[in-house]
Design a protein around this ligand. Structure first.
Ligand SMILES: Nc1ncnc2c1ncn2[C@@H]1O[C@H](COP(=O)(O)OP(=O)(O)OP(=O)(O)O)[C@@H](O)[C@H]1O
Length: 227
């Protein structure tokens, strides 16, 4: 930790090739996220929300500028180093849960911990604690297909934080749920973020949920701006 910031994007460019021309999605974009801060990313479809999340989450390389996570410049790291940071320090939640269908809820949450070298007993204990925290402890042994959409998303959130990341990035985490379920799932997500002190950047089209976060940003002309 250096300046109270967990995440900084400094003059980040991101361009895609579209036939013969370049599509500029991020154009010298600056953004920062403080430790423990929860920020909503609200922008029209196609504005570049997923691009911003993927770049911040080290899934995509910026074409210019740098991404600094917990004081560490990540732009010039090797693929292996970036993978290690993603595995240990960053949790992702998507609109669709992407749980492994043949494994139970608890096993899905154990998986990333086993990859990081925890024993099965340790991983299971933490997974069960997280399921309890998300108020679905009694669904631990069910497979994703046996869970409701809201329950599946709560398992996906638990899985994203299983390795106690510093940063949670979520791309429309409640976008696939009805309003009441979305609010309920967001309650659980918010409680978890606040309790664990992690920082979160959450893309959402839901203005009610965005209003509950510390700050709201949007994308305009490839830049991240507060609104
Ligand atoms: N790998 C890629 N190659 C080419 N173009 C891409 C690629 N990824 C995204 N794009 C384009 O970049 C633009 C921004 O995409 P992005 O998915 O970041 O938007 P978004 O704001 O998340 O949209 P949505 O809300 O619909 O998910 C879109 O025009 C998209 O078609």
């Amino acid at each position: 930790m250096t300046n109270g910031l967990l995440l900084e994007l400094k003059a980040v460019d991101r361009r895609y090739d579209e036939g013969t021309r370049k599509l500029t999605i991020l154009d010298q974009a600056d953004f920062s996220l403080k430790h423990g801060e929860m920020v909503a990313l609200v922008a029209p479809s196609g504005a570049g929300k997923s691009t911003l999340l993927h770049t911040a989450g080290l899934l995509e390389w910026p074409d210019g500028g740098d991404v600094i996570l917990n004081g560490r410049a990540c732009g010039r790291l090797s693929d292996d180093e970036r993978t290690a940071i993603r595995r240990n320090d960053i949790g992702f939640v998507y609109q669709f849960h992407h749980l492994l269908p043949e494994f139970s809820a608890v096993e899905n949450i154990m998986m990333p911990q086993l990859v990081c070298g925890l024993s099965r007993a340790q991983a299971r204990e933490r997974a069960l604690q997280l399921l309890d925290y998300m108020k679905i402890g009694e669904r631990a042994e069910h497979r994703p297909a046996e869970l409701s959409g809201g329950e599946q998303q709560r398992v996906a959130i638990a899985r994203a934080v299983a390795n106690a990341p510093l940063l949670l990035l979520a791309d429309e985490p409640t976008g696939n749920l009805d309003p009441a379920t979305a609010s309920y799932v967001f309650d659980a997500l918010e409680a978890l973020v606040r309790h664990s002190g992690l920082s979160a950047l959450i893309a959402t089209h839901n203005h009610e949920l965005a209003a509950r976060m510390d700050r709201r940003v949007t994308l305009e002309g490839g830049k991240v701006v507060d609104f």
